[in-house]
Each structure stands twice: as structure tokens, then as C-alpha cells.
Write a protein that binds this ligand. Structure first.
Ligand code: ADP
Ligand code: TZD
Ligand code: MG
Length: 576
């Protein structure tokens, strides 16, 4: 590869950045070009990196974040200054909230001008703005510090609790030159970026003692457990102890959802009933009623409160964030789970059979009830009849990656569609953020080379929908299924003022999202029956072509806010 800047034995900032990334096995950039990083994208591509250009930085940022989750390497998002940077910031913050490792690299305007607020092109003190929103933030001013800057960013993103890192690279840095040999020597190949953290033996023993005495034990697997890639040991721990488990949404598939110890179909029973709960890479946040509230879903809730907790987490400050943790085990999940496993002998007593029996009974009953609902074939389709199709497609194609967002489109999919393999389900995570869809889908297809099916609410899709062009441009095996119920939660809402505007949650009725995919050369299908949906999904998987299926769903089939109606202020106040 020829480098004009090296003809005279010099290397520039552009190439130092590229070489530093490559030296650390980072081979992909998700970004959006413009001043001052256009040439960086061109040169990175020329130097053999994969550069995936998006239509909006938020989607590039979400792509980087989920690439980090899937690979344990920080995903890179590259943006221009001020507005591009701000567009990427939501994704950076969301990555930090979800413990996904990513690095947002933004070009920025000149310090001298920014600091005197003299009105530079895209002027903004980006470093100061990014700092409170991510795990760490750095700025590099001199070419000889690029190696250190990138090394620090990588370590910060992946060590300990993973998260988002901001790296500020002012425009002038890229054109700086230095002696090529000295430049090369200044780069750092990060050794052991995410060091194992071995739990203390007494902490492990304390956890084992607590589990041993349990009458109604339960394990909760979170997305930290999925991230850790300790799949075989986690499965061995669950099977050896015989303890029933619940997967949080992105932990589905670490063990197949059809596993006999899965208590997912008895969730609202086991959560309040369990006496000892072991959390593996899951936080006791709102998604688990803070460990003390009512189980979400609202109806058959029962206060928790008598549980004892074991919490396995890499963050030493996570314990006691919501309720007392009786046995914190601090370390990386791989090391913690293997330490627990070595403390479990062949004489380990399985949980009492009345606990397992009670769970099995509810599970069987709930699964049978769901099977009845899924069998119905209403016209137009509802979420259940459409998702029965999706469920069969995933059963037949377990390697496929699912991306999922929306309200009803999210909640029904999560509970109806079984996952069979780890890290195949990617969704709105800790914040319940809309807009991750197409960014996640693009990155999942790019980094895993596996087919992707995105199940999207029609509102959710709108946040990143323009990236269907990106999907077509890179010819990715992505099939987008829009659960089109004419709006946010549905299309039934009415404007009580009597004016001509529709209600705030209602969209154009009968919209044809499939035409969007056709506009860029992909396959668009309008599906009004389960059979049409099944045919279109199977064809998409067979052909690998970018496909968008507009699944026409009864606009009255959803509920307000999906399963989290109880969090709406009015409802929450009434329930108090
Ligand atoms: P979920 O939403 O699935 O319940 P959370 O995002 O709330 O999961 O929790 C993930 C937890 O996993 C975080 O507390 C994080 O510190 C932890 N974690 C992430 N990676 C690791 C790891 N490799 N080892 C141990 N803990 C981890
Ligand atoms: N904006 C952002 C960034 N995140 C959000 N979560 C919301 C707004 C609020 N919101 C939800 O929590 S779900 C949702 C919004 C706008 C869309 C629900 O409509 P949908 O799904 O069409 O995607 P269903 O199937 O119609 O319920
Ligand atoms: Mg909708």
C-alpha cells in the first residue's frame, strides 16, 4: 500500500490512528464522513479496514455498540464535529448504560478557536460534553500521543464493567507529521485489555453456603452473562445445581429457551416466591422491579422482599444498589462461575422437588395457554398470529440473529419467540431506547456474517429506517419485519379536540413500508396473512437479500406502552 505521506520517511496523524487501531485488531469502523474525518475514512478503507458508512451517526453509534457486545472488542464509531458528534452521543451513552464497549471517535474543531469561542466551523467543546455521559473521555493533541490515546480508549472500554469511551481528535492532529519509525514505535499493542478478575475464595464460599441452604433457589441470567462468553460453564453450573433460571431479555439463548430448567414461562410466580436469588450479570434495576417492587406486568403482582441474594458482577459497587446483597461475588463471570463450579461436588443436593414441581406446573399451564392463543388465525393478523410464524422461523434457523424494538412488538416477541443460542437476541436493553434497530442489524450482519431478522414496531423502525439504504448498499442478509399496527402502541387513539389532526400516537393508516426497501433495490413484501409472512421470511433467509416485510397487524391488537403500562404516570399514581 502506498502512502504519500511516507515517501519522505514521515507519517501523518491519519495513518497513526489507522495503524494504532489495526495494531489492536480493530478492523471495522462504523461512521459517517465529513470534515475533518473524510480522508480518515478513505485512508482506513485503503489500508484494508472495513468502513461502513451510515446515513445518521446515531445508527453508526448503535452499530459500534452492538459490535462491541458481540465481539468483546470496542466497536468504533467515527463522526464529524459538533452535530455529528452530538448525533453519536445518544448511542455512546446508551452503550455505557448497557455495559457495551465502544469508542466514539469524533473529529473536532481547533482548540484555540473553540476555547476562545470565536465561532469556528462546527465549534463545540466536545470533550466537556461527552465526559459525564461515558465511562472515560480523552483528547489527543500531538501525533506522538495517538498510540497512547487509542490504547487508553481501548482499555477503558473493555476492562472492568465495559462501556462507552469518547476520543476527541482535533482536525489539526490528522495532518501533523512525524518521523515514521518514531511514529511506529509510539504505537501500543494493548496487552490483556480486559484482565480476568478472580473472585476471592471466601466470597465464593459465602455464595455456595447461601445457595446450599436455599429451599427455593433461582438464578437470573443477564446480558452481562451473555457478554462474558462463558456459555459452557454457565450451562454446567445451572445443570449441576439443578436450580431453575430466568433469562433477562438479551440473555435468552445462553441456554436454549426450551431448556427444562427455564422458569421463563413461570416468571411472575418464581420472582416473588424464590428465597435465594443468584444474579449473574444482571442488575436489580427497574427491569427486576428493583428487587422489591411489584413484578412488571401489573396484574398478578406480589411484593418481593424476603429474598437473599448472591450477585456475580465485575463492578464492586453494583451490590446493594437497590436491596442488600448477602453474598456479592466480584469478578469476571467466567472466573466466578468456574470458581463456583469447582465448589460444587457430585453430592450437591438438587433443589427441593416441591419447588421444582410448583414451577413445572405453572410452566406447563402457561405454555399450553400460549399455544392456544398462538393457534388462532384472526384477520387482520394480531401480534400472536404473526409471531407464531417468527417463532417457527427461529426454531428452524437458530443461528439467525434477532434484533427487536417497539413496545408491543418488543414485549410479545420477547416472550413468544424462543432463542436457542447465546447472543442471538439484541434489543432495546436497559433504557428501552427506540432507534437501535437498523444500526444493530447492520453491525450484527457485518461482524457475525450471519443472517439477521429485525422485528420492528412501525414507530420504532422510523427512528433508523433510512438505513435500509445502507443495508442495500452493503447487500447485507437482513430481513426487516415491520409489525405495522398504524402507530405508537396501535392506531385506535382519537383526537379529543375534534380538530383535523390525528391523535399523537397515530400514523398514516395502511402505510407500505415495504416500498422503502424496494426504492433501494431490496425486496419488499406486503404480508397480510401468517402464510404470506412465513413465505416471505423463508425466502429472505434463503436468498440472503435485503428484505423488508410490511406485516399488517390489527391496529387494535396492542396495549398502551406494551407491558409497561404500569410506568405511565397516571397509572403509576393510581397503583400507589
Ligand atoms: P440485564 O439488563 O440483562 O439484566 P444488565 O445490563 O442490567 O443486564 O447487567 C449487566 C451486568 O453485567 C452489569 O452490572 C455489568 O457490570 C456486568 N458485567 C458485564 N460484563 C461482565 C463480565 N465480563 N463479568 C462480570 N460482570 C459483567
Ligand atoms: N423515544 C425514544 C428514543 N425511546 C423511547 N422509548 C420512546 C421515544 C418512547 N417509546 C417507547 O417506549 S415504545 C415507542 C416509543 C415511541 C414506540 C412504540 O410503537 P411501535 O410498537 O410501533 O414501535 P407497538 O408494537 O405499536 O407497540
Ligand atoms: Mg406500532
Amino acid at each position: 500500500m502506498t502512502r504519500d505521506t511516507q515517501a519522505d520517511g514521515q507519517i501523518d496523524g491519519f495513518h497513526l490512528v489507522i495503524d494504532a487501531l489495526k495494531l489492536n485488531d480493530i478492523d471495522t469502523i462504523f461512521g459517517l464522513p465529513g470534515i475533518p474525518i473524510t480522508d480518515l475514512t478513505r485512508m482506513a478503507q485503503a489500508e484494508g479496514m472495513r468502513v461502513i458508512s451510515f446515513r445518521h451517526e446515531q445508527n453508526a453509534g448503535n452499530a459500534a455498540a452492538i459490535a462491541g457486545f458481540l465481539t468483546q472488542k470496542p466497536g468504533i464509531c467515527l463522526t464529524v464535529s459538533a452535530p455529528g458528534f452530538l448525533n453519536g452521543l445518544t448511542a455512546l451513552t446508551n452503550a455505557t448504560t448497557n455495559c457495551f464497549p465502544m469508542i466514539l471517535i469524533s473529529g473536532s474543531s481547533e482548540r484555540e478557536v473553540v476555547d476562545l469561542q470565536q465561532g469556528d466551523y462546527e465549534e463545540m467543546d466536545q470533550l466537556a460534553i461527552a465526559k459525564p455521559l461515558c465511562k472515560a473521555a480523552f483528547r489527543v493533541l500531538n501525533a506522538e500521543d495517538i498510540g497512547v490515546g487509542i490504547a487508553r480508549a481501548i482499555r477503558s472500554a473493555v476492562s472492568g464493567r465495559p462501556g462507552g469511551v469518547y476520543l476527541d481528535l482535533p482536525a489539526k492532529l490528522f495532518a501533523q507529521t512525524m518521523d515514521a519509525a518514531a511514529g511506529k514505535a509510539s504505537l501500543i499493542k494493548v496487552v490483556d485489555a480486559a484482565p480476568r478478575q478472580i473472585p476471592a475464595p471466601d466470597a465464593v464460599q459465602r455464595a455456595l453456603d447461601l445457595l446450599k441452604g436455599a429451599k427455593k433457589p433461582l438464578i437470573i441470567l443477564g446480558k452481562g452473562a451473555a457478554y462474558a462468553q462463558a456459555d459452557a460453564d454457565i450451562r454446567a453450573l445451572i445443570e449441576k445445581t439443578g436450580i431453575p433460571y430466568l433469562p433477562m431479555s438479551m440473555a435468552k439463548g445462553i441456554l436454549p429457551d426450551t431448556h427444562e430448567q427455564s422458569a421463563a414461562a413461570a416468571r411472575s410466580f418464581v420472582l416473588p416466591e424464590a428465597d435465594v436469588v443468584m444474579l449473574i450479570g444482571a442488575r436489580l434495576n427497574w427491569l427486576l422491579s428493583h428487587g422489591k417492587g411489584k413484578t412488571w406486568g401489573g396484574k398478578d403482582h406480589k411484593a418481593w422482599g424476603n429474598q437473599k441474594y448472591v450477585q456475580i458482577d465485575i463492578s464492586p459497587t453494583e451490590a446493594d444498589s437497590n436491596v442488600a446483597i448477602d453474598a456479592p461475588v466480584v469478578g469476571d463471570i467466567g472466573s466466578c462461575v468456574s470458581a463456583l463450579l469447582s465448589g460444587i461436588g457430585s453430592n450437591w443436593a438438587k433443589p427441593p422437588s416441591d419447588w421444582l414441581g410448583a414451577i413445572a406446573e405453572r410452566r406447563t399451564k402457561n405454555i399450553a395457554k400460549m399455544a392456544e392463543t398462538l393457534k388462532k388465525n384472526p384477520s387482520p393478523m394480531n401480534f400472536h398470529s404473526a409471531l407464531a410464524v417468527v417463532r417457527d422461523v427461529f426454531k428452524a434457523n437458530p443461528e439467525t440473529i434477532m434484533v427487536n424494538e417497539g413496545a408491543n412488538a418488543l414485549d410479545f416477541t420477547r416472550s413468544i419467540v424462543d432463542m436457542y443460542l447465546p447472543r442471538k437476541r439484541l434489543d432495546v436493553g436497559t433504557w428501552g431506547i427506540m432507534g437501535i434497530g437498523m444500526g444493530f442489524a447492520v453491525a450484527a450482519a457485518v461482524v457475525t456474517k450471519k443472517p439477521v431478522i429485525a422485528i420492528e414496531g412501525d414507530s420504532a423502525f422510523g427512528f433508523s429506517g433510512m438505513e435500509v439504504e445502507t443495508i442495500c448498499r452493503y447487500n447485507l442478509p437482513v430481513c426487516v419485519v415491520i409489525m405495522n399496527n398504524n402507530g405508537v402502541y396501535g392506531g385506535m387513539d382519537v383526537n379529543k379536540s375534534g380538530s383535523a389532526d390525528v391523535a399523537p400516537t397515530v400514523f398514516v393508516k395502511g402505510a407500505r413500508y415495504d416500498k422503502m426497501m424496494e426504492a433501494f433495490g431490496g425486496v419488499g413484501v406486503n404480508a397480510t396473512t401468517p402464510q404470506e409472512l412465513a413465505n416471505a421470511m423463508n425466502e429472505a433467509l434463503k436468498s440472503g437479500k435485503p428484505t423488508l416485510i410490511n406485516a399488517v397487524i390489527d391496529e387494535a391488537a396492542g396495549t398502551e406502552s406494551g407491558r409497561i403500562t404500569s410506568l405511565n404516570p397516571q397509572t403509576a399514581a393510581k397503583n400507589k
